[in-house]
Each structure stands twice: as structure tokens, then as C-alpha cells.
Write a protein that binds this ligand. Structure first.
Ligand code: CA2
Length: 144
């Protein structure tokens, strides 16, 4: 089983600023945690971060026929991107939306998630542990 893990804009800045929302650990720390959990679950992962919407769309399209699941933190594109929603709908790969913070308890504009309607689950407000929960959700879903 193979999972594509996508991180959107500014998540390469993790650990550098805004620790009150995103903690003090870095993207490299997050990827190491995901890879450890993947090994424990006996699955493979590819982790990819981009600040560019089209790159993320390309990555989702390239997963067609290759990945069994997508775990995505679209970051700010959560609240703006019909393109990411359409890409997930197009490839029909089971997808879990993950957020480090809980966007529903923050600014009004963060309460909208376009991608959510194409996702099998959303995990939010659990810090980096939310990514590990998302991986487990996808692994269990693929077994059914
Ligand atoms: O809580 C999340 O995971 C978010 O997806 C993070 C996005 C935000 O736009 C969403 O509403 C919720 C922002 C990611 C920016 O990450 C930074 C990390 C360190 C310093 C500055 C920004």
C-alpha cells in the first residue's frame, strides 16, 4: 500500500514562526514521524511540499493509478482552491484532509474547506499526531 502525503504553502516554515498554532517542530521532523509510522504500518509513503497550487494539482494527478491514498494538508489552499478539490475528485483516490491547528476555531475565512467534500475524513487540531491518525485512517480504509 502506497500513500502520497502532500503539504501546501508555508508548511516548509514549520518550527520557524507561529509556534502557538503550529508548534516548534520542523517539516523534516514531521516527515521523519510519518516515515516511522508508515514503517510500523507496513506501508510506503512519498512526502511532498509545495508553495504552488499547480504543483499540488500535478502531484495529485500523477498519483492516479499509483497511490492507494492521499493525505493532504492544503494549508491556505484549503480555503480557496476549487482546483485541488477537482483534482481529488478526478483521480478518485481516497483522501484524508489534515490540519495541525483547528481552522474551524480560528478566523471566519478558515471555516471554509473546499477539499473537504471530496475527503473520506478530516483530522484537525491534533498537531503532528493528526498526520499519523490520517495515515491509519487511510490504511484501514484500504483494507476494507
Ligand atoms: O492548521 C493547519 O495545518 C493549516 O492548514 C495551516 C495553514 C493555514 O492556512 C490553515 O488555515 C490551517 C498555514 C500553514 C502556514 O504554516 C506556517 C508555519 C510556520 C510559520 C508560518 C506559517
Amino acid at each position: 500500500m502506497h500513500i502520497l502525503v502532500l503539504n501546501g504553502p508555508n508548511l516548509n516554515m514549520l518550527g520557524i514562526r507561529e509556534p502557538e498554532h503550529y508548534g516548534t517542530q520542523t517539516l523534516a521532523d514531521l516527515i521523519a514521524m510519518i516515515e516511522d509510522e508508515a514503517q510500523r504500518l507496513g506501508i510506503t509513503v512519498e512526502c511532498y511540499q509545495s508553495n504552488h497550487e499547480g504543483d499540488l494539482v500535478d502531484k495529485i494527478q500523477a498519483a492516479y493509478g499509483k497511490a492507494d491514498g492521499i493525505l493532504i494538508n492544503p494549508a491556505a489552499y484549503t480555503h480557496t482552491s476549487v482546483a485541488l478539490l477537482d483534482a481529488v475528485k478526478a483521480v478518485q483516490i481516497p483522501t484524508v484532509e489534515v490540519h495541525i491547528s483547528d481552522p474551524d476555531t480560528r478566523d471566519e475565512f478558515r471555516k471554509i474547506s473546499y477539499i473537504r467534500q471530496a475527503c473520506i475524513a478530516t483530522v484537525k487540531g491534533k498537531g503532528f499526531a493528526g498526520y499519523l491518525e490520517g495515515l491509519r485512517i487511510l490504511a484501514d480504509y484500504a483494507k476494507k
